[in-house]
Ligand binder design. Structure first.
Ligand SMILES: [Zn+2]
Length: 233
């Protein structure tokens, strides 16, 4: 199948997935995914950032970043299944995944090492890590994509940033950045991006991020763009 047609099919499946998930729930999505005969060469690792004792940032309404990350990651997982991709979620509940440590910082380091291990041990892995941003000035808003220093990561980040900006934050001038100093991104050996979906310090953006409609739209853009990247790589 030509790339153009494959892309149209993937895009159609993504849209269909959003509508089906909205009407019939995630179980229906899983059933359809099992019957969709598309290639499974890749494994998309979906990382809901933070979790458990590590809630990440706190929003202007007091809600934890880890909650937003998990909600979006779960929706993304359903969409990727609909497109025929195999996925692996780093976490599916509000828990950290550390295996050792007594203090919070020891547990956090163990948690991050586990996340790195999962990415690096998975054949055909491509990491999509979901986070939310905050800043001391509540004016700032918009999604921003960070990329690992690994093959393909910068190209994928560019496509994602363009798609997210045009679909969700038109007029935003946010640009992609290399993710220096973020343990997970510094240690993975596979293609990987970290998406800061929006600013929890901006009341308007947080209000949008709380709605299922905005989360679905964001996931549709991410899934379709990653699907396009994979079909061309
Ligand atoms: Zn975070």
């Amino acid at each position: 199948m030509k790339n153009g047609k494959l892309w149209m099919l993937l895009y159609g499946l993504t849209i269909a997935g959003v509508l089906l998930a909205a009407y019939w729930g995630s179980r229906t999505a899983t059933v359809i995914a099992e019957k969709t005969p598309l290639p499974r060469r890749h494994c998309i690792i979906i990382d809901a950032g933070h979790g458990g004792e590590d809630g990440g940032a706190t929003s202007c309404t007091g809600r934890l970043e880890s909650t937003y990350n998990l909600e979006i990651a779960l929706r993304l997982n359903d969409l990727f299944h609909l497109m025929g991709y195999s996925t692996r979620m780093i976490r599916t509940q509000d828990t950290a995944i550390y295996t050792r440590g007594e203090t919070l910082s020891q547990k956090k380091m163990s948690d991050l090492k586990e996340r790195v291990r999962i990415v690096n041990e998975t054949e055909g892995a491509l990491l999509v890590s979901i986070h939310q941003n905050t800043f001391s000035d509540s004016r700032y808003s918009g999604a921003q994509v960070f990329y690992a220093q690994t093959e393909g990561s910068e190209a994928l980040a560019k496509q994602l940033q363009a798609a997210l900006t045009s679909a969700l934050n038109p007029g935003s001038n946010r640009m992609i950045k290399q993710s220096r100093g973020i343990y997970l991104m510094d240690h993975i050996e596979k293609t990987g991006v970290l998406i800061e979906c929006g600013f929890l310090s901006n009341p308007e953006e947080e209000a949008k991020l709380q709605t299922s409609a905005y989360q679905k739209k964001m996931c549709c853009v991410i899934a379709a763009t990653v699907g396009e990247y994979l079909s061309n790589s």
